[in-house]
Design a protein around this ligand. Structure first.
Ligand SMILES: Nc1ncnc2c1ncn2[C@@H]1O[C@H](COP(=O)(O)OP(=O)(O)OP(=O)(O)O)[C@@H](O)[C@H]1O
Ligand SMILES: [Mg+2]
Length: 200
C-alpha cells in the first residue's frame, strides 16, 4: 500500500443507506482505522466513540489514515459529525434510490458544502440500472456536477459481516468466488476514486 495520509468521512442524515458497510470495506481495503459513533458494529477493528461524548477524542482526530462513519442519531445529526467534517479530506454520502433518501442526500450536501471539501455521492444497493439513472439525474439537476458513483446490491457486505475484513482483503486469493470477487473489484474502483478526490 502506498504511503499516503487520508481522512474519509461517511455521512448522511438518512439511516440504513450503507454508510457502515461501505466505510468498513474501504477501511479494510487501505488498512485505515475505522471510527464510528454507532453503538453496534460488525467490524472487529472498530474504534467506537461513546454516545455520551460531546466531542471526538483528539487522538482520533489526528489519525493518519482513518475512515469515519457517522450515523444519524435518531432524527438529529450527531454534532460530532460536523467536527469530523472539518478534519476530513473527502466526504462520502451514500444514498438509496428512493425519494426520502435522495432528499436527505441533498440536505446532507447542503450541510457539508460550506466546508468546501470534496464531496462524493454513492448511489447504493440498487438492482435496476433505470433506478440508478433516475436517482443520478435527480441529484445532478439539484447539485450540479458532483461525483456520483454506483454500488449495486450485493451479498459482499453480508459475507464481510460474517467472515470478517481479512476475508474481504483475501477474497482475490480464494477460488470459486468469482462473482464476489468481481463485486470487490467494482467496489475497489469506487474506493480508489474517492481516495483520489481526498488526496489531490
Ligand atoms: N450494496 C448493498 N447490497 C446489499 N445490501 C446492502 C448494500 N448496502 C447496504 N446493504 C445492507 O443494508 C443494511 C444497511 O446498511 P448499513 O448498516 O451499512 O447502513 P448505515 O447507513 O450504516 O445504517 P445506520 O444509519 O443504521 O448506521 C445492512 O443490512 C447492509 O448489509
Ligand atoms: Mg451504520
Amino acid at each position: 500500500m502506498d504511503d499516503f495520509e487520508i481522512k474519509i468521512l461517511f455521512l448522511s442524515y438518512k439511516g440504513g443507506v450503507g454508510k457502515s458497510s461501505l466505510a468498513i470495506n474501504l477501511a479494510a481495503e487501505i488498512d485505515a482505522d475505522y471510527v464510528t459513533n454507532d453503538l453496534i458494529t460488525t467490524s472487529t477493528k472498530a474504534i467506537q466513540i461513546e454516545a455520551n461524548k460531546r466531542k471526538i477524542p483528539k487522538e482520533l482526530l489526528t489519525l493518519d489514515r482513518v475512515v469515519f462513519d457517522f450515523g444519524a442519531m435518531s432524527t438529529q445529526l450527531d454534532p460530532k459529525a460536523v467536527q469530523a467534517t472539518e478534519v476530513s479530506d473527502v466526504i462520502v454520502i451514500p444514498t438509496l434510490t428512493d425519494i426520502r433518501s435522495l432528499t436527505a442526500t441533498i440536505s446532507t450536501v447542503d450541510l457539508v458544502s460550506p466546508m468546501n471539501k470534496p464531496i462524493a455521492i454513492i448511489i447504493n444497493n440498487f438492482t435496476k440500472k433505470k433506478k440508478f439513472d433516475e436517482a443520478k439525474l435527480f441529484l445532478s439537476e439539484r447539485l450540479g456536477d458532483i461525483p456520483i458513483f454506483a454500488i449495486r446490491a450485493t451479498t459482499l457486505f453480508d459475507r464481510v459481516a460474517n467472515d470478517g475484513e481479512e476475508w474481504f482483503k483475501n477474497i482475490h486469493n480464494n477460488n470459486g468466488e468469482w462473482q464476489l470477487n468481481r463485486s470487490r473489484i467494482a467496489h475497489e474502483e469506487v474506493y480508489n476514486a474517492i481516495i483520489e478526490l481526498g488526496t489531490q
